[in-house]
Write a protein that binds this ligand. Structure first.
Ligand SMILES: [Zn+2]
Length: 339
């Protein structure tokens, strides 16, 4: 529009008023062009400009003309940056203890914005620390070439007897464990609700395992030698699965019945020592981000420790202690007979 006006001015008969108007138009055009260049440079600058700088640039532009093309781009960037900033500040409040994937999404949104976002570096550090914890925990628990992911391994089994079913993936392509899928956003914000959900899943796991054991016992396959899983009591022909390694120093088992065997469905992970797990839990406490894997590990550890306590109490009972003593004498005798 401005250029058109200038051209029409040039076609007029030269008069001082026209000359004056033309030179003012030319000056205005140059100011606008200069601002446009600066605004575009500002959006591509490295390091990125801070919010105040961009807002100053917008005010300057608006004083020249409201029709400047880069004005909208700058305003859009400022609006997005402010939205991002308020979400980030909200998540940083102590009462909002976000899950890693929420924070990852926020970091992903903040990175491409052309304005410097002060909390971004800190959020990136938090995300990196949580990811490192998860990787360390995965190394402790996951077997090589494991078909399970860490969260599955740490959570009660929900697929006993139907292990071959495909894992459901959510719309965003991420795998979510059924325990967390069943919880609403409000429930997810309450740690007690999560503990309750795990307790329910533990009960369901125990119940299903009992049913599967009964079913497997009733369908004993009688053809040839079979290995029986100690846990699910399913039977496997010895050639179909890798045989368990025997502890060194022990003699070869005399029959397949003596082999303490867990089938691949039941032996889903490594079984780290409690001290290793407690050290993982200590570093988990230092994270400012929530991890479903962390919550699963806390519940699992509590479950394991409660089991340990219960079995200690039972083993300490005089009648049980006496029976155990008798058993150990018996097995010694059997051993001597074999020699
Ligand atoms: Zn099994």
């Amino acid at each position: 529009m401005l250029t058109g006006l200038e051209q029409r001015g040039c076609n007029l008969k030269p008069r001082p008023e026209v000359e004056q108007g033309l030179s003012r138009l030319c000056g205005l055009r140059m100011t606008m062009d200069q601002w446009e260049v600066r605004a575009n440079n500002c959006l591509q600058a490295s390091p990125k400009p801070c919010l105040e700088e961009v807002e100053r640039m917008i005010r300057e532009g608006e004083n020249i003309s409201t029709g400047l093309p880069a004005l909208e781009k700058l305003k859009d960037a400022v609006r997005k940056a402010k939205e991002w900033w308020s979400r980030a500040e909200n998540l940083q409040k102590p009462e909002n203890y976000p899950y890693l994937d929420t924070l990852e999404a926020l970091v992903g949104k903040g990175r491409p914005l052309p304005i410097r976002l002060d909390p971004l570096a800190q959020l990136e550090t938090q995300v990196a620390a949580a990811r490192a914890w998860r990787e360390r925990t995965a190394r402790v628990f996951l077997k090589k070439n494991s078909h399970c992911n860490l969260l599955e391994v740490l959570s009660p089994r929900h697929d006993i007897g139907c292990e071959k079913k495909r894992k459901k993936r959510t719309e965003d392509g991420n795998y979510r464990h059924p325990i967390f899928l069943g919880l609403s956003a409000i429930q997810l914000s309450d740690p007690q609700e999560i503990v309750n959900a795990f307790k329910q899943a533990e009960q369901a796991e125990l119940q299903t395992m009992k049913e599967v054991r009964v079913k497997n016992q009733n369908t004993l396959k009688k053809d040839g030698l079979m290995l029986e899983c100690e846990l699910c009591m399913d039977q496997f022909p010895p050639g179909s699965i890798p045989l368990p390694r025997l502890p060194s120093g022990k003699s070869k088992p005399t029959s397949l019945r003596d082999v303490k065997f867990l089938c691949p469905n039941c032996l889903r992970s490594r079984r780290p020592r409690l001290e290793t797990i407690l050290s993982l839990l200590v570093s988990l406490q230092k994270l400012t981000v929530r991890l479903p894997e962390g919550e699963a590990l806390q519940c699992l550890t509590e479950r394991a420790m409660a089991w340990q306590d219960r079995s200690r109490t039972v083993l300490a009972r005089p009648d049980i202690a006496a029976a155990l003593k008798k058993l150990s004498i018996q097995s010694k005798d059997e051993g001597n007979e074999r020699i």
